[in-house]
Design a binder for this molecule. Structure first.
Ligand SMILES: NC(=O)c1ccc[n+]([C@@H]2O[C@H](COP(=O)([O-])OP(=O)(O)OC[C@H]3O[C@@H](n4cnc5c(N)ncnc54)[C@H](O)[C@@H]3O)[C@@H](O)[C@H]2O)c1
Length: 290
């Protein structure tokens, strides 16, 4: 390969693996769990972060934990309201002037076997796991295209990052989760298509699929457990204790993952370490598959 074919940013050996100083990130569902841990990783790496959740109290708690004053801001809103994705993208641009990293993380599970799954329930899973990431990315597309055209005209190589959160329920299927699995499988199609549409704009579009990560979504389903209010429904969150035990037994690493470990896999796709990786699904599940 002649030296003229070598990309300029591969020539120097960086002293540090990377910094995200000067980058602007948007993380949905960052009021708790994995989303909060992702926001922490990004802030720790130097990025400014806009966080979103529908749960304002938890979002404010995240904001306080993240610190860093004007480098962190929040927009409260239910992403399944069709106006909210656009509003969040515009708020990020108004507040920080750019978007370099988008993590589509918000999600929940509303499970049942197919014969007990209503149309509303199935649609709700598609809405949050597939339609919402689509709307966020469509809302950001004008900024992404115009910025990339300017940068390319100025011979600057600026990589932007999209990370969509999926699940081994999406890659492998999981009984009781027809809607959730379909939404999580659908977002992989969106990821692979956007990788092809946005490669020319220097955007890496990837997905991280989690196995079982210790958040309220996988707490043992015993009497009390966590509930979530969604469009007038009270949804129980958690997993049958017997399933949790069998997962731990079948998992090569023998345990659930932590939100911080989950966020580590996402950080890779947000960082320059993944500049030549796009359209891929990284499974972060301790080696476990359904
Ligand atoms: N925990 C796991 O084992 C696991 C496994 C596979 C995939 N995932 C995925 O990881 C992501 C994060 O899950 P988690 O385990 O941290 O769950 P979590 O419940 O701890 O956090 C999810 C957050 O998303 C928010 N949210 C949900 N619907 C929203 C909406 N319509 N608008 C705005 N915010 C909304 C919730 O309020 C919550 O704060 C989800 O997409 C989930 O499906 C989790």
């Amino acid at each position: 390969m002649g030296s003229s074919e070598v990309a300029p940013h591969t020539e120097a050996i960086p002293a540090m693996p990377f910094t995200l100083e000067g980058k602007i990130a948007l993380v949905t569902g960052a009021g708790r769990g994995i989303g909060r841990a992702i926001a922490k990783r990004l802030v720790g790496a130097g990025a400014a972060v806009m966080i979103n959740d529908l749960d304002e109290n938890m979002l404010l708690e995240s904001e306080e934990e993240l610190g860093r004053g004007e480098h962190v801001s929040h927009v409260t809103g239910d992403l399944t309201d069709p106006k909210v994705p656009e509003m969040i993208v515009q708020s990020t641009l108004a507040q920080f002037g750019a978007i370099d990293i988008i993590v589509n993380n918000a999600g929940y599970s509303w499970d049942n076997v197919i014969q007990k799954t209503t149309d509303e329930q199935f649609q709700a899973m598609l809405e949050i796991h597939l339609v919402t990431p689509f709307r966020i990315l469509r809302a950001a597309s004008g900024f992404v295209r115009e910025s990339a055209k300017r940068e390319i005209a100025a011979s600057q190589l600026v990589m932007r990052k999209v990370v969509n959160i999926t699940s081994i329920a999406g890659t492998d299927g999981n009984p009781g989760q027809a809607g959730y699995s379909a939404g999580k499988a659908g977002v992989i199609g969106l990821t692979k298509t956007l990788a092809k549409e946005w490669g020319r704009y220097n955007v890496n579009v990837n997905a991280v699929g989690f196995g079982l990560i210790g958040t309220r979504l996988v707490q043992p389903l015993t009497g009390v457990g966590a509930k979530m209010e969604m469009h007038g429904h009270e949804i129980r969150l958690g997993v049958q204790p017997a399933i949790l035990d069998s997962v731990k037994n079948a998992c090569p690493l023998g345990r659930l993952g932590t939100p911080e470990e989950a966020a580590g896999a996402v950080l890779f796709f947000c960082s320059p370490l993944s500049d030549y990786v796009t359209g891929e699904v990284l499974i972060c599940g301790g080696g476990f598959h359904f």
